[in-house]
Design a protein around this ligand. Structure first.
Ligand code: HEC
Length: 164
């Protein structure tokens, strides 16, 4: 019995390390964060030109700092932005609902490591196969470039939603 248990434990260890190895990694070394949908909601958003519904979430460090009105956010903060294709609800067409998954993006704060890009590391994982975006690490130029207009807000577009 003991041997069976230890064989099972060994199998579990091997499979969990395989899972970790399977986790996609962006060309700049930032790995996919599988928990992003259980983080707290910062805000929803809708991008008209792309027809995407998005939710922006943050890990505990990011959300606690945002709620406390801190800006810039501290090291260890991670924000995620997940996008779905916006579709008319089949039973109620004036309602719009999330359809196919499009992509998930991350911004990871490390003021030393990512000093050249405002303290933020960027990563994008596309489609159901979560394909890392970018041929090489230079893809971050595209991300950072478009976040520069909001440099005075720690390079962040999204503010935490207002609640009573
Ligand atoms: C053409 C402009 C543009 C580019 C390029 C861009 N972003 Fe953004 N990003 C935005 C805007 C605008 C928002 C605000 C929310 C929205 O669009 O739904 C945003 C929001 C975000 C957020 C949520 C935090 C925030 O600032 O609101 C993350 C995370 C993010 N982007 C990651 C990335 C990553 C990673 C890349 C590159 C792979 C990237 N972005 C490229 C415009 C851009």
């Amino acid at each position: 019995m003991r041997q069976i248990i230890s064989a099972c434990v060994a199998l579990l260890l091997v499979s969990s390390s395989l899972l970790a190895a399977d986790r996609p990694v962006a060309p700049n070394g930032i790995g996919f964060y599988p928990d992003y949908l259980s983080w707290k909601v910062i805000a929803p958003s809708y991008r008209e030109d792309k027809g995407h519904i998005r939710i922006i979430t943050g890990n505990d460090t990011a959300v606690a700092a945002m709620r406390a009105g801190k800006n810039p956010l501290p090291d260890g903060s991670v924000l995620a932005k997940v996008a779905w294709k916006a579709e008319k609800h089949p039973s109620f067409p004036v309602a719009t609902e999330p359809g196919a998954f499009v992509q998930v993006e991350f911004m990871v704060k490390d003021s030393i490591k990512y000093k050249a890009t405002g303290g933020w590391g960027f990563a994008r994982f596309v489609g159901n196969e979560l394909k890392p975006y970018g041929k090489d690490a230079s893809f971050v130029g595209e991300c950072f470039g478009c976040h520069i207009p909001v440099a005075s807000n720690d390079y962040l577009y999204t503010k935490i939603v207002k609640t009573p």
